[in-house]
Design a protein around this ligand. Sequence first.
Ligand SMILES: *[C@@H]1O[C@H](CO)[C@@H](O)[C@H](O)[C@H]1NC(C)=O
Ligand SMILES: *[C@@H]1O[C@H](CO)[C@@H](O)[C@H](O)[C@H]1NC(C)=O
Ligand SMILES: *[C@@H]1O[C@H](CO)[C@@H](O)[C@H](O)[C@H]1NC(C)=O
Length: 295
Amino acid sequence: MRFYDIISAAAVLVTGVAAAAKGSQPNLGYAELYKLTQQFYDTFQYPNNVKEAEKINSTIFAENVQGRVSDTRNFEGRELNTEYIFGLFIPTASVSVIGKPVGPYEIIQFAANQNIASATTRFNFTFPSFGNISLPIAITTWMTYNEAKEITQYDVVFRWFGNVLQLLLSTVDKDPVKAQAKGAAVLATSTCATHTQFCTGNNAQYESEEECIRFLTKDIRFGQSFELGMDTLLCRNVHEKMIHFRPDVHCAHIGKSGGGQCVDDYSYLQKVTEDYYTNAPWIPTTEQSPPYGDH
Ligand SMILES: *[C@@H]1O[C@H](CO)[C@@H](O)[C@H](O)[C@H]1NC(C)=O
Ligand SMILES: *[C@@H]1O[C@H](CO)[C@@H](O)[C@H](O)[C@H]1NC(C)=O
Ligand SMILES: *[C@@H]1O[C@H](CO)[C@@H](O)[C@H](O)[C@H]1NC(C)=O
């Protein structure tokens, strides 16, 4: 394909996306979008995230919010997103690769237009399960907002997460193979203890803690950094932290089936070609500001 053809194809694609928008989007303006981004990160910061998670249905999110988190999956609706965005990052008794967003944070890249804000934020985390090691984490977000200034869509990337995971595991053992084996044992033990405590009756996924540990350490893979939404131990370790909120919803995610969250059904090609978002276009649509047009 020649360069000009690529540009034309891109223009057609962009026009198509804009045309698919349901109605016009609010024009919130740059300053308001910056404030909303700050408010989001203030709320994400521990211990404010504890209070937000307690609300169960955080109105930071629209009722029909659609979210995508790098290396995991897509998350729909207010309640689930309150759990995943605010609840997941609260320290619990479980051993987890998920850190604690203690701050401070700094918005280091920002652009906004109409109802769309894009930011890169450097946020200090500590990792309670890894000797409280402190690390800055770079988070890139695209967000869209509705009239009520609720998030209708977000697309978040934890930058260089593979590096983060490698660094965390290197604190367990300098030899990466031993580090992974030790990590697997500890994460599986924690996940299975959580299962024993919360996944009882109809929510039980394993016959016993021994069966659970055997499955998590022998029958499935540990998982690479980009497999937090696949049939891996790492995926189940992420979901372990959600179980106490709603065992009936989350226990299946740490079970053998993976409950639709920890499943090998989401390939690279599916991810990269998926047209996921339907609530709002990611291209400004107000009459005064289209950067494209009919050529
Ligand atoms: C949260 O929202 C869901 C979906 O609207 C609803 O079913 C649930 O009862 C709400 N929970 C609380 C505690 O308000
Ligand atoms: C990590 O920090 C928390 C809070 O300051 C503390 O309660 C905990 O004991 C620390 N854990 C380790 C392993 O140092
Ligand atoms: C974030 O943590 C790092 C490492 O502990 C520390 O050096 C740095 O000062 C912290 N950043 C801010 C803005 O406090």
